[in-house]
Design a protein around this ligand. Structure first.
Ligand code: AMP
Length: 304
């Protein structure tokens, strides 16, 4: 059974400021973090666009880790740029800039053969682009979508159109409330199921993540880290571990909930590496045995 995961999302340059240090224009973007996590489990095909300022070394990094970058187009203009500043708690952050650059005119096109991809991850990007890619895929086994407050607030109609065709939604707690108007997260997950996705993951940062599916709720704690260097991309990295795990096991949208609950542990384990270094540094050389050691650590944390 083929396991390829097609991801569309941002391939970005991020400028990240923490209390200790500022790093300018380093590799980021929802598709980059996702791909470097998911490739630990299954083949990844990336769709996106970069500008003429994008460093070849950054494309080489993705492809040297097994990510198929044939769907990443190079266009004239600046690469998507995101800039944020973390508060001293390393949890709260202020977005200082979101500059779409070449994403403003991007028309996604799938390389030959990619329409047959069985798994689709619509990573955080304008929902109209997410829908374009979903419409170009033939008959995916499982479709997962990640989004953020910007799109919920500014492009709600387009987001609702794509959500109607999605199996699993990944959001954080404030986004779940913003999307549904519900305060309780259980009520928010139920309201999201009415919009399309029958399974919902609500991420709660350093408190872990909740999964709402047909068998009820699962709460997975986050790994306790000695130091957080840069949490940017942890959500996308979670998505990579989560869908990578499901793709490796050939799971489809009607599979038993136990598969999805186990994927929560994989997603949490992979995501825990991301904040330990800037940009994608902690993911670039990650190997599956280290992820599995953290999955065991999580299982112990969850056993009464
Ligand atoms: P996270 O920390 O999981 O929210 O992911 C942060 C990553 O998402 C950064 O690498 C950004 O480049 C990217 N990002 C931030 N805002 C957007 C946006 N509006 N659209 C697409 N990607 C974004």
């Amino acid at each position: 059974m083929s396991k390829e995961i097609l991801v569309v999302g941002s391939v970005a340059y991020d400028t990240v400021a923490t209390v200790r240090e500022t790093r300018e224009r380093q590799l980021g973007g929802s598709a980059s973090f996702f791909a470097l996590a998911a490739r630990l489990f299954a083949p990844v095909r990336a769709v996106g666009v970069v500008g003429d300022d994008f460093r070849q070394a950054d494309l080489d990094l993705l492809s040297s880790r097994g990510v198929d970058i044939a769907g990443i187009e190079r266009a004239q203009g600046p690469t998507f740029h995101w800039s944020g500043r973390y508060h001293a708690d390393m949890i709260e952050r202020d977005t200082l800039a979101t500059e779409l650059g070449v994403f403003a005119d991007f028309q996604p096109a799938l390389p030959a053969g990619w329409a047959a991809s069985p798994y689709v991850l619509l990573a955080n990007i304008h929902p109209a682009l997410q829908l374009d890619v979903l419409e170009a895929v033939d008959a995916p086994r499982l479709v997962v979508l990640d989004t953020m407050n910007l799109w919920i607030e500014t492009t709600r109609e387009a987001l609702l159109a794509v959500l109607a065709r999605v199996d699993v939604l990944l959001v954080n707690d404030s986004e779940a409330r913003l999307l549904t108007g519900e305060t309780g997260l259980k009520e928010a997950a139920a309201a999201i199921a009415e919009l399309g996705p029958k399974r919902v993951v609500i991420k709660k940062g350093e408190h872990g993540a909740l999964y709402f599916g047909p068998d009820g709720v699962l709460a997975v704690p986050a790994i306790l880290l000695p130091e957080v260097v840069d949490p940017t991309g942890a959500g996308d990295t979670f998505a990579g571990g989560f869908l990578g795990w499901l793709a490796d096991r050939g799971v489809d949208r009607d599979a038993p909930d136990a598969e999805f609950r186990r994927a929560m542990v994989a997603g949490t384990a992979v995501a825990s590496f991301c904040p330990q270094a800037f940009s994608v540094e902690a993911l670039a050389d990650l190997e599956r045995d280290r992820v599995e050691a953290r999955m065991a650590e999580l299982s112990a944390m969850m056993t009464p």
